[in-house]
Design a protein around this ligand. Structure first.
Ligand code: PHE
Length: 452
């Protein structure tokens, strides 16, 4: 079904690029490598793969079905499938609020990335001594103006693409950027793997160490699977509403999942072997990319500066296509409330930038770092909410809706493109995964996580 505005992706390829663009982002390149290393490498990977296939991918299919079936934004899609029972709109609303919060924190980190790209270009990073990268990062991220200027710049790029429209903006930019991103990443992988001593990094990433896989690690794996695939908060309902009518939803979801997973693994391969080869600390945590990698680049000599430019460009582009999907979700909702698309995009950007700036000022030793909510600085609170708590909660509501409330005939009809596409083991998928496995796993991990 076409959306009311007539907006949509022109082809399945375009849709896959756009949705993969949403999925591949800071989550893959900045977050995946360090949490994978932290929670036991290969051990974490096994749990992560389980969650990706049995929860993440199932959710992606569900959201695509809900979106394309209704052609509506998440707030209207749920009630529409439930005979217009208005209560269901709160599921969509929870997702949109989550998108808003994710976008705010995403802008802050994307702003840092732009700054590091700039500092690679201008040679500032090359002039910093090894021991000073931690201080450099903290001073920069806790300062008032620089992070804010870069985050606003990043938001301006994002907003321009959204104003361009679904096909001429989002689809076109994703089709251009995704292949560039893969090429840049492969270049970095080759360089990293060919450094002397690289194998220790590969081992760190893949060798399972089950002693490090704690309950917290399992919750992190679930949060990461959902966050990385952009599922649970309705973004894929939005992109689903733009899917071509003849798109094979099962196939498309598998492609996007494979793509997202492959990029996460490649990012680990680009980062850890280089970190080990240069004798740096692999447990750098969230600061790994900004505090440890620049040292690695510097130790490579002149060519290192080029790799530094390439890396931060890669990260910024990946973040851009994800931020686009988040802002699109908010814009689609507002523009369906009779506000024009351009005005909606600008209004939403203006609203989210306020929160992003507040989060930036509260980071580290920033001027608002003394302001605490529930004992946490605003940045840390947002990070916690959007990284581990809200996505599983929203995902649970979505999968319960899909498995237990939505009509099975509607689901079969939509997945099979009105009976024209074979959907083989659908019953297995539906009954065991969407109805039982995914919700139960979500519930267990969530409850155990909250108890801890
Ligand atoms: N999937 C993106 C990433 O991995 C983040 C994202 C989450 C984008 C939710 C949209 C919705 O960085």
């Amino acid at each position: 079904m076409a959306t009311k505005t007539g907006e949509g992706f022109s082809s399945s390829f375009g849709a896959i690029m756009a949705a993969a663009g949403s999925a591949v982002g800071l989550g893959n390149i900045w977050r995946f490598p360090y949490i994978c290393g932290k929670y036991g490498g290969g051990a974490f990977l096994l749990v992560y793969i389980f969650f990706v296939i049995f929860i993440g991918m199932i959710l992606m299919m569900s959201e695509f079905v809900i979106g394309r079936r209704t052609g509506e934004d998440p707030m209207k899609a749920y009630p529409k499938l439930m005979h217009h029972r208005p209560g269901w709109k709160f599921v969509g609303l929870a997702g949109l609020i989550t998108c808003f919060l994710i976008l705010a924190i995403y802008l802050v980190i994307s702003g840092w990335t732009l700054n590091y790209f700039w500092e690679s270009l201008t040679g500032t990073l090359a002039g910093i001594a090894d021991g000073d990268f931690g201080t450099h990062f903290n001073e920069f991220a806790s300062s008032v103006w620089r992070p804010v200027i870069f985050l606003v710049l990043f938001l301006v790029f994002t907003t321009i693409v959204i104003i361009g429209g679904v096909e001429k903006g989002i689809e076109r930019v994703s089709k251009l950027l995704m292949p560039i991103l893969v090429v840049l990443l492969l270049v970095l992988c080759v360089r990293s793997l060919t450094l002397e001593g690289a194998s220790a990094g590969v081992a760190y990433l893949f060798q399972p160490d089950f002693s490090k896989l704690t309950g917290e690690g399992i919750l992190a794996a679930l949060g990461q699977a959902l966050f990385s695939l952009s599922v649970g908060m309705g973004v894929m309902i939005v992109y689903g509403s733009y899917l071509p009518v003849d798109d094979n939803i099962l196939k498309t979801s598998v492609w996007i999942t494979v793509c997202d997973f492959a990029i996460a693994i490649l990012s680990g391969i680009a980062i850890f072997p280089a970190v080990f080869a240069c004798g740096q600390d692999p447990t750098g945590g969230p600061g790994l990319v900004y505090q440890v990698l620049p040292m690695v680049f510097n130790s490579l000599g002149g060519i290192g500066r080029l790799f530094s430019i390439v890396f931060f460009l890669l990260l910024a582009l990946a973040a851009l296509t994800s931020a686009i999907s988040l802002l699109e979700a908010l814009t689609q909702w507002l523009s369906s409330e009779k506000v024009g698309r351009t005005a909606s995009a600008i209004l939403m950007s203006a609203a989210v930038v306020l929160l992003a700036v507040a989060a930036s000022l509260s980071f580290g030793d920033g001027i608002w770092s003394g302001f605490k909510l529930g004992g946490m600085q605003l940045f840390d609170l947002l990070d916690k909410l959007t990284g581990t708590i809200l996505p599983p909660v929203c995902a649970l509501m979505t999968i319960l809706f899909f498995g237990w409330f939505m009509k099975k005939d509607d689901i079969i009809d939509e997945l099979s493109n009105h009976g024209t596409v074979k959907i083989g083991y659908f019953n297995v998928f539906y009954y065991f995964l969407a109805r039982f496995v995914a919700p139960l796993a979500l519930l267990i991990v969530l409850i155990s996580g909250l108890i801890n």
